[in-house]
Ligand binder design. Structure first.
Ligand code: HGY
Ligand code: MN
Ligand code: MN
Length: 413
């Protein structure tokens, strides 16, 4: 048994662990945190994670897809069939403090709790941090877990570009990874027997239920599409209205149409959160507008129908303004129902906590197609996420880590 770390406040509570990174990647303009994958801020978080692993006598290993692993295997059991837990450290622009990091801190805290309880794992416990879960820099959500499982080809991933035009290959190479190494990793996948991810709840379910922890039942299907509306760039002062082909006008009407189409398909969540006029000058009629559409629904056929109708409306609105429009699917993942037997086992271990579906995507949703997978949610008293208002109380954070330790102890022995 490795030496226990010297307990300090920063390492003996979940909230204490998170307090150590509370200033990393703060976004003074947007509020909240902006920690894009492979940015200085996100790399500082990875360094924090590696140092906390080291404090626990655990050796961090970054695999060829950029996933940061650590294995605790005091019994010296065979590597296959490990119980793995973890989450991500990258964020959306202006995101909250808990989306991702709470799952990582809870995994570290669960190791401490298992050791304090003198749990003797019969199989290895793995900890994992997946890169680019948000897809905020390169556009594809859960990029690390999709590469691990082969859900995205290395070729497509390496060609993805960030808003500044940097390719994933170049940025990953600068971060010390070998682009030739990316792609499905059978050997690593074979080591994962069960994956359990703890995540801050990104909704009001636990508030309304008055409970601190829930087990996930499903993740609704979701996808992302890029629309590019092409018009005629021109001078704001010398171009009469009748002579304009303004893509921003068509794109603005399209944003309104997105809400109309979604409202006509109950249960649909359709969002345009990112819209980029090019070149983007105050005195310039845009020549092009890029906008990104996020559509989610429990039934994949409805998601497809909604996107088809929005695409039809886009063509109509573009033509009405003398513009053209291109539509490209950037990512899609169908609705995932977590392993029911595993979910029941966790619910029983935790004494009958609620089970909740979620509209938020997670690496667990990608892994669920390959290994038995479950999720735990920790209460978020604001119910808000992907925003600085996302929150989790110190007590609930500790309750979540304790619940994670409980289910890991059950699965490990
Ligand atoms: O977009 C999502 O649902 C997740 O936060 N990546
Ligand atoms: Mn997340
Ligand atoms: Mn998120």
């Amino acid at each position: 048994m490795s030496e226990l770390p010297t307990p300090t406040e920063a390492t003996t509570t979940t909230a204490g662990l998170l307090s150590a990174i509370a200033d990393t990647g703060r976004d003074r303009v947007r509020g909240g945190y902006s920690r894009p994958v492979f940015s200085t801020a996100e790399r500082e978080l990875v360094d924090w994670y590696v140092a906390e692993l080291d404090r626990r006598g655990l050796q961090a290993q970054t695999d060829r897809n950029g996933i940061v692993w650590a294995w605790w295997n005091p019994a010296g059991a065979p590597p296959e069939g490990a119980i793995v837990t973890g989450s991500h450290l990258d964020s959306v622009p202006g995101g909250g403090a808990f989306d991702g990091p709470l799952g990582v801190a809870s995994a570290l805290r669960a190791v401490d709790l298992l050791r304090e309880r003198e749990v003797a794992p019969a199989r290895p416990l793995g900890l994992a941090v997946f890169p680019e879960e948000e897809g905020s820099r390169f556009g594809v959500a859960c990029l690390g877990s999709r590469l691990l499982t082969g859900a995205i080809s290395a070729e497509r991933a390496l060609g993805l570009t960030d808003p500044d035009g940097n390719t994933f290959a170049d940025v990953a190479r600068a971060a010390g990874l070998d682009p030739a190494g990316f792609g499905r990793d059978e050997q690593t996948l074979a080591r994962i027997g069960t994956f359990v991810e703890l995540h801050v709840e990104q909704g009001r379910g636990l508030i309304d239920l008055g409970a601190p922890v829930a087990v996930a039942s499903s993740i609704i299907g979701h996808g992302r599409w890029k629309f590019s509306v092409h018009g005629q760039g021109n001078h704001a002062g010398t171009t009469l209205l009748a002579d304009r082909r303004d893509p921003l006008l068509a794109a603005s009407r399209l944003v309104v149409a997105v809400r109309e189409v979604a409202a006509a398909h109950p249960g649909t969540r359709a969002t345009v959160g990112r819209l980029q006029p090019v070149p983007g000058g105050t005195n310039v009629i845009a020549s092009r507008v890029d906008l990104w559409l996020d559509v989610r629904h429990p039934e994949d056929a409805v998601t497809r129908a909604v996107v088809a109708e929005i695409s039809r409306r886009a063509q109509e609105l573009a033509a009405g303004e003398g513009c053209t429009v291109e539509v490209r699917e950037e990512s899609f993942g169908g609705t995932v129902d977590f392993d029911p037997a595993l979910a029941r086992r966790l619910t029983t271990t935790l004494g009958g906590v609620p089970t909740l579906p979620t509209g938020a995507g997670h690496d667990a949703g990608v892994l669920a197609e390959h290994v038995p997978t479950a999720m735990l949610f920790t209460r978020n008293p604001t119910g808000v996420s992907h925003s600085p208002e996302e929150f989790c109380t110190d007590d609930d954070a500790e309750r979540g880590s304790t619940a994670l330790a409980d289910v890991l102890a059950d699965l490990l022995t």
